[in-house]
Design a protein around this ligand. Structure first.
Ligand SMILES: [Zn+2]
Length: 240
């Protein structure tokens, strides 16, 4: 019996009725209320369980978040590339690719949110085709992977941790490079820089690290017509 139908059958006792009648009516009313609450709890539990086990819904409607972290060692004789910007400085980051630590963290966040593992799996550092490659190119590839899996990027937020050099003058260009590689608006990408106050390996300038988080939405269940205007991210080019 539906809880709403059930509730309508009970009524509170009238004040002027004999005590016995009032007691019986009250007991019936309380019994009915308790049954209503029991039904309500059961229905609510079934509804919650339905949400928990509805994998279609989980994979389509919900926002997925990802995080990425990367570190590269600073060394002489290398360019310092961060967010696709070649920053003039006495040292650069060591790595198989251009060692763009913030783009690497962003890619790992995106891949993580889409449950597509990590950059080490997609771009192994033992593969000569990635030697010295621009990480922005790798980011474009990650963007295509997201498109193929019908994910759009909601936003990205990244932090570079470097004692030196001052990165503020280059942040706008980094944001622009990342947004362009993923066909995003610039207000969907945030990159910031901080120091660790001279502490640790970034403080002693042994290396630079970066953290990134992102949020994705699946467009799997959207109709073709809806996708053309709903997508502010990676699927835009594929669909239009
Ligand atoms: Zn890296």
């Amino acid at each position: 019996m539906q809880a709403e139908e059930h509730l309508g059958q009970g009524c509170l006792p009238e004040i002027g009725e004999p005590l016995k009648v009032r007691q019986t009516a009250l007991a019936r009313f309380i019994g009915e209320m308790l049954e209503y609450l029991r039904n309500f709890e059961t229905e609510r539990a079934d509804w919650t369980k339905g949400l928990l086990y509805d994998t279609e819904r989980r994979n389509s409607d919900m926002i997925r978040v990802g995080m990425g972290y990367d570190v590269h060692k600073l060394t002489e004789g290398r360019d310092l590339i961060l967010g696709g910007v070649n920053i003039p400085w006495e040292k650069g980051l060591l790595g198989h690719s251009d060692a763009d630590v913030v783009v690497h963290a962003i890619m790992d966040a995106l891949l993580g949110a889409a449950a597509l593992r990590d950059i080490g799996r997609h771009f192994p550092d033992t593969d000569p085709q990635y030697k010295g490659i621009s990480s922005i190119k790798l980011l474009q590839y990650v963007g295509k992977l997201l498109e193929e899996n019908l994910y759009v990027v909601n936003n990205i937020d990244a932090t570079i941790i470097a004692q030196k050099p001052k990165l503020l003058p280059y942040i706008d260009q980094m944001i622009s490079n990342v947004a362009e590689a993923l066909h995003l608006e610039e207000n969907q990408v945030n990159i910031k820089a901080t120091t660790e106050e001279g502490l640790g390996f970034t403080g002693s300038m042994e290396g630079i690290s970066a953290h990134a988080v992102c949020a994705l939405t699946s467009v799997k269940d959207l109709e073709e017509d809806d996708r053309s205007f709903s997508c502010g991210g990676c699927c835009r080019e594929r669909i239009s």
